[in-house]
Design a protein around this ligand. Structure first.
Ligand code: ZN
Length: 319
C-alpha cells in the first residue's frame, strides 16, 4: 500500500526502537501494519512506516472505519462545540487584548470552532479534507470552508492574525514542514493556536488503542516544544494534561536545537508508556459523566463563551 519508511520527523535520526505494532487498525487499510517507534536520539514517538498519500486520502474521504465517518453526528457536534468554547476561553485568558481579525483553521472539521470565532466578530475561513464535514460547515454553520488539503499557495502573504490547528498537527506526515509553511501566511504579529495529545499521559488503557493509525506523531511536552522552536516560533503559553494547548508567535531569532540535550530520554518515555494507567478509571468516570451531560444538554453546554449559548441553541432548533 505504498507505505513510507521515514527518519525521525524532528532530528532526522534513523535510529529508533519499536514501541508497538498491530494490524487491522480502524484508521488504516486492512492489509497495512500500524507500527509506532521512538527515536533513540530525541525521544519523538512517530508512526513508521507512514501511510502513503493514497491511504491518507482514503482515510480523510471517510472510507475507513473508526470514529471517522463522512457526516458528523449530533453528539460529535455537541462535543466539538464544548471543545471550541474551552479553546476560546484559553485564547482569551492568554491574550486578553487580542482583537478579532482574520482567522484560518486548518482541519476545520464540521466548523464549530470557526462558527464560535465568527460569533465573536472574527472574519473566518477553513480547510477540511472530509467532504461531508466541509459541506456541513458551509451549510449549517455558514462559514467558508474549502474541501481539500491545506495549500499555503492559495492564501495572500501575511494575511492571518490567527491560525488554528486543533487536534490536527499529529495527523500530518511532516509537522515541522507544516509549521514552517505557515510563516508566509501569518501576519508578523499573528498567533498560532495548537492542541495535540500528550503521549506521556495516554488516555486509553491499551497502548494499541492509543497509538491508532490516523495519528502519525505522538508528542510529549518536550518534543512538542522542540517541533515549535525548530520551526521558528516561540511559545506564548503551553499547558498540558492529557492534551497540550499552546499559543505561538513568530520567533525573533531562529533557535538552534540540540536534540540530544533538549529531547526526551527514550527509556524514560517507554517506562511511562508501559506503566499501568490507573488514573484512567477516574478519567473514564469523568469523561462518561461529561459525555452524558453533553448528550442531555446538547450544544448549549459548551457555549458559555458565546453569549450563554444563544447562537447554538437557535442553530439547533432548526436542525
Ligand atoms: Zn529524533
Amino acid at each position: 500500500m505504498n507505505d513510507n519508511y521515514v527518519p525521525c520527523l524532528l532530528c532526522k535520526s534513523d535510529s529508533h526502537t519499536e514501541v508497538e505494532s498491530h494490524f487491522g487498525d480502524p484508521y488504516r487499510a486492512s492489509n497495512s501494519i500500524t507500527r509506532t517507534v521512538i527515536c533513540n536520539q530525541c525521544g519523538l514517538i512517530y508512526s513508521n512506516p507512514q501511510p502513503g498519500l493514497e491511504q491518507l486520502e482514503q482515510l480523510y474521504s471517510g472510507s475507513y472505519g473508526g470514529q471517522r465517518t463522512n457526516v458528523p453526528d449530533r453528539f460529535y457536534i455537541s462535543r466539538k462545540d464544548y471543545d471550541a468554547s474551552l479553546r476560546i476561553d484559553f485564547i482569551k485568558r492568554v491574550l486578553p487584548s487580542l482583537k478579532p481579525g482574520r482567522a484560518l483553521e486548518i482541519g476545520a472539521g464540521a466548523g464549530n470552532q470557526l462558527y464560535a470565532l465568527k460569533s465573536l466578530g472574527w472574519d473566518v475561513e477553513g480547510v477540511e479534507p472530509t467532504p461531508g464535514y466541509a459541506s456541513f460547515a458551509r451549510e449549517k454553520f455558514e462559514v467558508e470552508v474549502i474541501e481539500g488539503y491545506f495549500d499555503k499557495n492559495i492564501y495572500e502573504p501575511e494575511s492571518f492574525d490567527l491560525i488554528i490547528m486543533a487536534e490536527v498537527l499529529e495527523h500530518f506526515p511532516d509537522p515541522v514542514d507544516l509549521l514552517n509553511s505557515l510563516h508566509g501566511i501569518l501576519k508578523p504579529e499573528g498567533y498560532i493556536y495548537i492542541d495535540v495529545p500528550n503521549v506521556l499521559r495516554p488516555n486509553r488503557f491499551r497502548l494499541k488503542e492509543y497509538l491508532h493509525g490516523d495519528h502519525l506523531t505522538f508528542f510529549s511536552p518536550k518534543t512538542f516544544k522542540l517541533a515549535i522552536e525548530f520551526s521558528g516560533y516561540s511559545i506564548v503559553e503551553h499547558k498540558w494534561h492529557y492534551y497540550q494547548y499552546a499559543l505561538l508567535e513568530k520567533s525573533k531569532s531562529k533557535k538552534q536545537i540540540d536534540f540530544v540535550i533538549e529531547g526526551d530520554n527514550p527509556l524514560e518515555v517507554l517506562k511511562v508508556l508501559k506503566r499501568p494507567r490507573f488514573y484512567l478509571v477516574a478519567t473514564f468516570i469523568k469523561r462518561s459523566a461529561r459525555n452524558l451531560i453533553i448528550r442531555l444538554l446538547g450544544p448549549s453546554l459548551g457555549a458559555k463563551s458565546l453569549r450563554k449559548g444563544a447562537h447554538l441553541r437557535n442553530f439547533f432548533r432548526g436542525w
